[in-house]
Design a protein around this ligand. Structure first.
Ligand code: KG4
Ligand code: ZN
Length: 331
C-alpha cells in the first residue's frame, strides 16, 4: 500500500511516499524567505507553496519511482495551520484525486506529528504518553492506539516553539529561533540566570508567557551590557527553564497514567537539551524513551503519509469535500 503525503501547513512545502511501514521518499523545502521578516508572513508562505508544490511532489514521486500510477491514496494536511498555506496543499491534493479518481485522506497535523513515533518504532504495542511540541502546539497526549489519542493537557498561552522564536528575536537571532537558541546556548551557562519555571498550573497544563516576559525584563534591565557571552547565558538559561517544564510534566503524565514509554515529537523535539533531558529523567523513572530523529520531528510530509497510511489501512477515506481548518480543540 503506497501513500503520497502532502504537507503545506506552515512554511515547509513537503511531499513524501510511504509504503507499508517505510518512508520511500521525503522531500522538504523550508521557506528561508521568512527569516528576513523575523517570522512567517502568511501570504508570502502561500505564494511560496504554490510555486514549490508541483516540483516538490514531482521529486518525491521520482525518488520513489513508479509514478502516480503506483499511489493508492493521497494524504494531505487539513489543519491546524496557516489557512492560506493549507489551502494550497488541500486544493492540489483534491485536484490530483479528482482527475485521477484516487482516494483522498485529510490528515490532522498533530496526528501526523505523533505518527513520527510509528515511523521510527513501528506498530504500537502499548499506550504511551506523547509530548507534541512545535511552533503552534504544546500538547500532551495519551496515545492509546495508533489511531486514537486522548488529550491530557496543553499550553494556556504560547506554544513552546513560539516562545523559542520570540526569545530568539529579543536576542537578535534569526527566525526560526529554536535552532538558533539551541546553537547559541552551547556557549552559555544554563544556570547563569534563574528564569521562572511556571508553577501553580493544573497537572498537564503549560504556560510560557511568564518565562518570555521574564526574559524580556532581564534584557531590558541589562540594556547596553548584552555581550555575546551574556546572550549565550540568556539562551542557555531560557532553554533550560523551557525544557525542564516540558520534561517534568511529560514524565509525570506517564507515571500518573501507568504507561511505560514517553515520546516527544514536533519541531521543538529536535532540541538536543530537551532530548537529552527527557531521556535522562524518563530512564531514571524507569520509562522507555521514544524519540524520532530530528528530521521527522520538524514539519515534513513523511509523517503526513504515515498518518494517512494508518487511516487508509483502517478503511478510511475523506472524499473530495474536505476543507482546511486553522485551529482545532483536541479536548
Ligand atoms: O513542527 P514544526 O516544524 O512546525 C509547526 O508545526 O509549528 O515546529 C517549528 C518550531 C519552531 O518554533 C522552531 O523554532 C522550533 O520548532 N524548533 C526548535 C528546534 N528546531 C525547531 N526549537 C528548539 N530547538 C530546536 N532545535
Ligand atoms: Zn508541525
Amino acid at each position: 500500500m503506497r501513500i503520497l503525503g502532502i504537507e503545506t501547513s506552515c512554511d515547509e512545502t513537503g511531499a513524501a511516499v510511504f509504503e507499508d511501514g517505510h518512508v520511500v521518499s521525503n522531500i522538504v523545502l523550508s521557506q528561508t524567505i521568512h527569516s528576513q521578516f523575523g517570522g512567517v508572513v502568511p501570504e508570502v508562505a502561500s505564494r511560496a507553496h504554490i510555486k514549490a508544490i508541483v516540483p516538490i511532489v514531482r521529486s518525491a514521486l521520482d525518488e520513489a519511482g513508479g509514478g502516480l500510477d503506483s499511489i493508492d491514496c493521497v494524504a494531505v494536511t487539513t489543519g491546524p495551520g496557516l489557512i492560506g498555506s493549507l489551502i494550497v496543499g488541500v486544493a492540489f491534493a483534491k485536484s490530483l484525486c479528482f482527475s485521477l479518481g484516487m482516494p483522498l485522506l485529510g490528515v490532522d497535523h498533530i496526528e501526523s506529528h505523533i505518527a513520527a513515533t510509528y515511523i521510527t518504532y513501528g506498530e504500537m504495542r502499548e499506550p504511551f504518553v506523547c509530548l507534541v511540541v512545535s511552533g503552534g502546539h504544546t500538547h500532551l497526549f495519551l496515545v492509546e492506539t495508533d489511531l486514537s489519542q486522548k488529550l491530557l493537557g496543553c499550553t494556556r498561552d504560547d506554544a513552546a516553539g513560539e516562545a523559542f522564536d520570540k526569545v530568539a528575536r529579543m536576542l537578535g537571532l534569526e527566525y526560526p529561533g529554536g535552532p538558533e537558541i539551541a546553537m547559541t546556548a552551547l556557549e552559555g551557562d544554563p544556570e547563569a540566570i534563574d528564569f521562572p519555571r511556571p508553577v501553580r498550573l493544573r497537572a498537564y497544563e503549560f504556560s510560557f508567557s511568564g518565562l518570555k516576559t521574564a526574559v524580556r525584563y532581564f534584557i531590558d534591565r541589562h540594556q547596553g551590557e548584552i555581550s555575546p557571552q551574556l546572550t549565550a547565558d540568556i539562551a542557555a538559561s531560557f532553554q533550560a527553564a523551557a525544557t525542564d517544564v516540558l520534561i517534568e510534566k511529560t514524565v509525570q503524565a506517564a507515571l500518573d497514567n501507568g504507561v511505560k514509554s514517553v515520546s516527544a515529537v514536533g519541531g521543538v523535539a529536535a532540541n538536543t537539551a530537551l532530548r537529552d533531558g527527557l531521556t535522562e529523567k524518563a530512564e531514571a523513572s524507569g520509562l522507555n524513551v521514544l524519540l524520532p530523529p530530528a528530521e521527522l520531528c520538524t514539519d515534513n510530509a513523511a509523517i503526513v503519509a504515515a498518518a494517512g497510511y494508518l487511516r487508509f489501512r483502517n478503511g478510511e477515506t475523506s472524499g473530495l469535500s474536505i476543507s482546511p481548518y486553522s485551529t482545532r480543540s483536541y479536548g
